[in-house]
Design a protein around this ligand. Structure first.
Ligand code: FEO
Length: 406
């Protein structure tokens, strides 16, 4: 896709990755984009680069506008591989350019590349760079989501280059939020934002709240937010800021998702009466089988709902591997403000439900106990127990949800 002007003399020069489905283990059914931007001012400035596989694409886009050797400044907001691994190709074209990066970014960059011949200036929060008519303001955002991370604000254009923040793994010919909504839907865009937040930014809610508050305190006006993935927010920048604030403070849907796996369908047979119990308490309920669903989608659905029930059969006295995998992954994502419980079938000794509670307690989530175990296949009586279990869980979800006022 060719370069696209996003503001006067500021161009998207990135690449669309329609095919990626495995993004460092995070499944991306909608693909992604690697966004970077060229500001044509007295000192031509490139904001970020792209994943190395797409070096030719961004170089072609840059060449459609200027000679690459005329690039004076390169801002590197974030050094993760999907953004920085084409920097050596770019530096070969413009060896006298100066890279602007945080101190931690510089240290990390030197682990990926021989930087000894590159001009590198480190910046910190509040530093500015005059590039002609425009002034760039740098703001460090450590651990959002790497130690090196920062964002760059163009005062004159009220434009925030936000690196990963506010991004979406979304391949589309639409470059802007409103274009995407016209072609697809607001739901699809919102869903992509939640997916990205849940799978990448979930551990950093408190930092996100603090950073947005800091930006608001600085009185920075934002008309456009240009992240390094997905569409650019030109019509709905306030909506995406509010979505992030809401997610960071614990907003979720008053409903339940059941995430399970099964060996011989017994745990699966438990899910339907549990769902009926939940529905009869007036809550929406979604059911996800892990081996039929990418884990990133299950994580997104977990994050959308206030309550989750995990279902696992017992195998060799422990949880089924896919259930263990998602709980282990959730432990690292450090979710908050969600209520959870567990159920499953067993043949003789049991163990999966106990195992699940151990890790759920370790994560620090609100716990609904006791869990429910069924021997072999659910009988009619067992189905009634499942129904009651779902109903009681839904009651607790409603109670717990009240404290969040949404
Ligand atoms: Fe899109 Fe943290 O990289």
């Amino acid at each position: 896709m060719a370069a696209i002007e996003i503001k006067k003399d500021i161009y998207w020069v990135g690449a669309i990755d329609w095919a990626v489905r495995d993004f460092h283990g995070y499944e991306t059914p909608r693909g992604t984009t690697y966004n970077n931007f060229l500001i044509i001012d007295d000192d031509i400035t490139l904001i970020d680069t792209v994943k190395e596989d797409f070096s030719d694409v961004t170089i072609k886009n840059i060449k459609s506008l200027i000679q690459p050797e005329s690039i004076k400044n390169i801002v590197i907001n974030h050094i993760e591989n999907d953004h920085v691994t084409s920097i050596d190709r770019i530096m070969a074209l413009t060896p006298n350019a100066t890279i602007y990066i945080t101190e931690k970014g510089k240290k990390g960059l030197s682990r990926f590349f021989d930087v000894s011949k590159w001009n590198i200036k480190t910046v910190k929060s509040g530093d500015t760079l005059k590039i002609g008519k425009r002034t760039l303001l740098f703001l460090e955002t450590p651990m959002l989501h790497w130690p090196d991370s920062m964002v760059t604000y163009v005062k004159e254009d009220k434009l925030l280059f936000s690196q990963d923040a506010f991004g979406q793994h979304l391949a589309s010919s639409a470059r802007f939020d409103d274009e995407f909504i016209t072609c697809e839907s607001m739901y699809e865009l919102d869903d992509s934002v939640i997916d990205y937040y849940a799978n990448i930014l979930m551990p950093f809610g408190q930092l996100i709240k603090a950073k947005i508050a800091e930006i608001q305190k600085l009185g920075i006006e934002i008309e456009m937010i240009a992240p390094d993935h997905g569409v650019i927010w030109r019509s709905y920048p306030n909506k995406i800021l509010q979505m992030y604030l809401d997610m960071a403070k614990g907003v979720a849907k008053e409903g339940v998702v059941i995430i399970y796996d099964t060996m011989w369908h017994s745990t699966e047979l438990m899910t339907t009466p549990i769902m009926h119990g939940i529905k009869d308490e007036g809550l929406d309920c979604k059911i996800i089988k892990l081996r039929a669903t990418p884990m990133s989608v299950a994580i997104k659905e977990f994050w959308k709902y206030r309550g989750t029930l995990f279902g696992s059969p017992t195998i060799n006295n422990v949880m089924f591997p896919t259930v263990a995998q998602i709980l282990y992954h959730l432990n690292g994502l450090r979710p908050k403000n969600r209520i959870v419980g567990a159920f499953g079938s067993y043949g003789w000794g049991g163990g999966a439900v106990k195992d699940a509670y151990e890790i759920l307690k370790k994560i620090g989530l609100e716990i609904f106990e006791p869990g429910l175990q069924i021997n072999y296949k659910p009988s009619l009586d067992d189905e009634k127990r499942c129904y009651d279990f779902g109903k009681e869980f839904a009651k607790k979800v409603k109670e717990y949800h009240q404290q969040f006022g949404n």
